[in-house]
Ligand binder design. Sequence first.
Ligand SMILES: NC(=O)c1ccc[n+]([C@@H]2O[C@H](COP(=O)([O-])OP(=O)(O)OC[C@H]3O[C@@H](n4cnc5c(N)ncnc54)[C@H](O)[C@@H]3O)[C@@H](O)[C@H]2O)c1
Length: 395
Amino acid sequence: MAKLRIGVIGAAGRGGMAQHWHDSNGRSIVVGAADVHESALGWFHRNVNESGFTTLDYRELLDRKDIDAIAVMSPDFTHEQYVCDAFAAGKHVFTEKPMAITTEGCDRMLRAWVDSGKQFMIGFNMRYMNIFRVMKDAIDAGSIGEPKAVWVRHFVGPGGNWYYHDWHASSRNSTGLLLQKASHDIDMIHWLTGQYTKRVAASGALQYYGGDKPNDLRCPECPEKDQCVECQLPKKHRLGGNTMDQCVFRQEVDVEDHSIMMMELDGGIHASYMQCHFTPDYCRNYTIIGTEGRIENLDDTSKVILRMRNRSGRWQNLANHEINVKPAEGGHGGADPLICADFVDMVLDGKRPLATPLAGRMSVAAGCAATWSLRNQWQSVIIPPVPQDIQGKMY
Ligand SMILES: NC(=O)c1ccc[n+]([C@@H]2O[C@H](COP(=O)([O-])OP(=O)(O)OC[C@H]3O[C@@H](n4cnc5c(N)ncnc54)[C@H](O)[C@@H]3O)[C@@H](O)[C@H]2O)c1
């Protein structure tokens, strides 16, 4: 296969990442796209491949013999069906996170994948961000000793802009934001420590968004739009079908905007993850404490702090490093072009993916279990293992 030929399902929004794959002088091209909105297909023609094939029926894309791989970039609740159907059609698959909205759905996807003999990758682009690669390298080099405690604070401000004006805000579409948004962070906790979650408990509530406004109310038509601090006029750069202008105070909104998750991982590691959608600022702060030190990122892109204990065991800092990090060029701190290139390398050269399907499943399993816990009096939940018939058959 000289050049990887890709078809995209979900042409606009996150589907815009296809621009990195459509490199006619490079190793991949994007042959076509499917979407449920004509306007998204127009966006694809204008921004990715002006003469590419487009369709409103994704099965026509899967039927094409001139497509080797499918990238599923549509909303979460579509991933399971599109991925399983793509494997059945003999395609390699990239799917955005979260892998699916249920653990059982992930297991069906894993089974479809191992039966197909094709390649599969999950869109965990945070693994490709320089700031977190620096932290991962330091932890793997043993600089903090054995990781034992992880504290993650996730300020999703202004979360209403991204998560409450559209499908994300209904649990039927996303299960909840402790899965939808936190699937990245749960995965990072797994990746940075090298261990998966085995038990969770969580609390949380819908404290700011949601309310009694009609479900069909959109910001541009709202009589209160001039006073409402949450008013969002259609996002022009996303004019691909999802204009993200539904009222954040509508009745159907039922996903928690503040949640706290406790995790017990293999290897005796304990972690906590906190997410809030009505903070003014956006930041992810990861602190990982090991037997010999701790490491922390000060923001999403620029600085890592590493503090190490005296090896004789005294409570004093022997070393106190500040590591300045530069983000690479491109979306999400340079991660998007890198993950796209890795997908191509995986299919064309057999390179092992950094973001494996098993990692995708374990993140969903922890996020779903935590969401169940916070809706059921914080009961703790044991993470269900991967079904036996597919264990050992996956990378
Ligand atoms: N890895 C990341 O950093 C990152 C960032 C943003 C979004 N995402 C993920 O990407 C996915 C899409 O998110 P988004 O915010 O772009 O969503 P979106 O609502 O903008 O939809 C993306 C595209 O899918 C299309 N679409 C909607 N419903 C569809 C359906 N039933 N079948 C086919 N196409 C459909 C839309 O028209 C749009 O063109 C989600 O799973 C999200 O979690 C990942």
